[in-house]
Design a protein around this ligand. Structure first.
Ligand SMILES: O=C1O[C@H](COP(=O)(O)O)[C@@H](O)[C@H](O)[C@H]1O
Length: 253
């Protein structure tokens, strides 16, 4: 890892533009270096914040973006729980990302086959890479410390071979999902957690200030060679006692 940066903003309104700067700056760097920008998206509260902020930019060219999902719920795309479905209505339908640049699951498959199919799609999208290296992964963290669909005490936390795994007993509904595993997450060039709201304060302290061996999945995200950001707001940061950055509005990460 190239060093963890914990960056605190007074509110989500201040955090939003810093998030879009992170996305657009890493996109520009990736496209200059290897001709495309590979982005992994999470669901939950991230969807509306990211969509609103990206759509507020005066210019956004996504023609060279390839988007995958850090996890996805096994429901039809028209279901409000479908992460792809909500991104499609809130973001993808309003930007110039080609359909071929969006790597979706096949939600008609049983969960194990769905994870195998998604693994194949990712491997095809990253030819020659045993472990696909995403330019940027945007992660959320639940109040129980889960990230992607990697939940506390679940055997999937120990997965070392698969890059994408099925889960059929997710404690947070819906129960059937597919998720990136730690080997894939930790191979990314840059990983950013976005965590806002007071419901995350207690677990955030445990994750960021706890010891090296943590029961919280989010604490196990430690990119091998990449950057790690925690972008959080004051309510989420309320219990922290470690040193953090407070760059204010207009932060360029
Ligand atoms: O179920 C999920 O939860 C996490 C956290 O969501 P949040 O609403 O608490 O931010 C999310 O990152 C993940 O993609 C999603 O499937």
């Amino acid at each position: 890892m190239t060093g963890r940066r914990i960056v605190v903003f007074t509110s989500s309104a201040e955090l939003g533009p810093a998030l879009t700067h992170l996305v657009t700056s890493r996109a520009e760097k990736a496209i200059t270096s290897h001709g495309r920008f590979t982005l992994g998206l999470s669901g939950g509260s991230l969807v509306s914040m990211l969509s609103k902020e990206l759509l507020a930019l005066p210019q956004l060219d996504c023609s060279k973006w390839v988007v995958g999902f850090c996890d996805e719920r096994l429901v039809s795309f028209s279901d409000p729980e479908s992460t792809y479905g909500v991104y499609k209505s809130q973001l993808f339908s309003k930007i110039n990302i080609p359909d071929s640049g969006i790597l979706t699951i096949d939600s008609s498959l049983p969960v194990t086959e769905c994870a195998e199919d998604y693994t194949r799609k990712l491997k095809e999208a990253f030819p020659g890479e045993d472990l696909p290296v995403f330019d940027l992964l945007l992660l959320g963290m639940g109040p129980d410390g889960h990230t992607c669909s990697l939940f506390p005490d679940h055997p999937l936390l120990e997965e070392t071979k698969k890059i994408v795994a099925p889960i059929s007993d997710s404690p947070k509904p819906p129960p059937q999902r597919v998720t990136m595993t730690f080997p894939l997450v930790n191979s990314a060039r840059c990983v950013a957690f976005i965590s806002t709201g007071g419901s995350k304060a207690t677990v955030l302290k445990e994750v960021l200030e706890g010891g090296k061996v943590s029961p919280y999945p989010a604490a196990r995200v430690v990119p091998t060679n990449g950057e790690l950001f925690w972008l959080i707001d004051d309510p989420a940061a309320a219990a922290l006692t470690i040193q953090v950055e407070r760059p204010g509005a207009g932060a360029k990460l």
